[in-house]
Design a protein around this ligand. Structure first.
Ligand SMILES: Nc1nc2c(ncn2[C@@H]2O[C@H](COP(=O)(O)OP(=O)(O)O)[C@@H](O)[C@H]2O)c(=O)[nH]1
Ligand SMILES: *[C@@H]1O[C@H](CO)[C@@H](O)[C@H](O)[C@H]1NC(C)=O
Ligand SMILES: [Mg+2]
Length: 379
């Protein structure tokens, strides 16, 4: 608690909102225990080399799925940017891509995979592909990935949307937002255009990337056995997920043969998502509009069983379950703490929230204002 640096009162609203999150991060992600909060690249010069390998650490976790084949640190990584976007967001995604190219990808040339529930226009394809010399590919989603499953009662879904709108829940009335969240929770990693990849970086329109990145983040992930990278964590609106946690508990009860593959709770981030050992969800989640992660996590049998179980309850439509709480709860149960990584060195803004690394060495690499850093209070 004594290394708490409280921001000035001028940002009271944000700070108050973040206070709860901060407290939970402080108490439940012991900094000496979670390598992700102890970002080595913030302690050394990120230009010189990626942080040291954590390979070979003792583990109580026995993955059921085949491990990746052995590799040398310099071997290429099968990785891509994945972008779900609409044609009308062309300007916003162009802005994002220009920044990603300038900060990172002109050096690394990772391909971009664009996905849409509609056909991309020729203008969209021409413009986005002109922004990079890397490969660009465009895919349309089918009804399985973006549509109502047969077991959904659409009148009930419509009724519940109206009820949620009365409570002023963001995107309460939106059907497409629900399809989007379900797609990001259960399907993007199964799209055929992603088949040839092992890692992804999720991009969105109209975000900012503030810092030069002079190392290959995907090699960093692979070489250090990182599975899930984030840079902002947040609280969900409770009204979007009233029955999500009970469904998670039901899954744990009904599917012990799956749960037995998971790390023991002390080794996982269980306490990131619950303050009372499972009685309730504390609404904490990693903000999934930025994600650098292993596709293997979501493609695993365990996660697919978990997703299907959630999906069958209809919560993506009857409520408005977000992909952020779904990914975060799943990863917090399925992965070990040391498989998470906090990308402190990736300055980032989505809507009103910014992650800006505060350490002095980043001032020459980043164009953001550290006073605006969302995570300021936990550093
Ligand atoms: N193709 C397509 N993409 C969508 C749709 N709705 C949202 N997205 C994309 O999904 C991502 C998240 O949507 P966004 O509106 O930014 O939601 P927010 O970040 O939660 O406010 C963005 O990359 C959007 O471009 C949709 O109906 N169709
Ligand atoms: C679907 O939901 C509506 C509204 O709640 C309900 O009246 C109807 O009986 C439900 N239909 C089925 C087949 O369950
Ligand atoms: Mg967004």
């Amino acid at each position: 608690m004594n290394n708490w640096r409280v921001a000035g009162k001028q940002r009271l609203l944000i700070v108050v909102a973040l206070g709860l999150l901060t407290i939970s991060l402080l108490f439940f992600l012991p900094v000496n225990n979670i390598s992700s909060l102890n970002n080595p690249s913030s302690q050394h010069d990120v230009d010189v080399s990626p942080p040291p390998s954590t390979a070979g650490k003792e583990s109580t976790y026995e993955p059921v799925d085949a491990p990746l084949a052995s590799f040398e640190d310099d071997d290429p990584v099968r990785a891509c940017f994945v972008i779900l976007v609409r044609n009308r967001e062309l300007d916003g995604i162009s802005s994002t891509i220009r920044q990603i190219e300038a900060r990172f990808n002109k050096k690394f040339q990772y391909p971009y995979i664009f996905l849409n529930d509609d056909e991309f226009t020729q203008d969209f394809k021409d413009t986005t592909s002109s922004l990079t010399t890397a490969d660009t590919r465009y895919g349309k989603l089918d009804d399985q990935m973006w549509g109502y499953p047969s077991f959904i009662n659409q009148s009930l879904a419509a009724h519940n949307r109206e009820e949620m709108a009365k409570l002023n829940i963001p995107y309460a009335e939106s059907e497409s937002y629900r399809h989007m969240c379900r797609f990001q929770s259960g399907f993007f990693f199964r799209h055929p255009l992603l088949d040839e990849f092992d890692y992804y970086w999720r991009l969105e329109p109209d975000v900012d990337y503030y810092c030069d990145l002079n190392y290959d983040v995907f090699k960093f992930m692979r070489n250090n056995n990182k599975k899930y990278g984030f840079n902002i964590a947040f609280r969900e609106f409770g009204g979007t997920v009233p029955s999500l946690w009970q469904t998670v508990l039901d899954f744990q009860r009904d599917r012990p043969e799956v749960v037995q593959h998971w790390p023991v709770r002390e080794d996982s981030l269980w306490r990131f998502v619950t303050d009372n050992d499972g009685e309730s969800y504390n609404l904490c989640h990693f903000w999934t509009n930025f994600e650098i992660a292993s596709l293997e996590v979501w493609r695993s049998n365990d996660y697919l069983k978990f997703f299907n179980y959630l999906d069958q309850t209809g919560g993506f439509f009857y409520e408005r379950w977000g992909d952020a709480p779904v990914h975060s709860i799943a990863a917090s149960m399925m992965l070990r703490k040391d498989e998470f990584h906090f990308f402190n060195d990736i300055g980032y803004r989505h809507t009103a929230y910014t992650h800006c690394p505060v350490e002095p060495e980043f001032r020459s690499k980043c164009s953001c204002d550290p006073e605006k850093n969302f995570g300021k209070m936990i550093i």
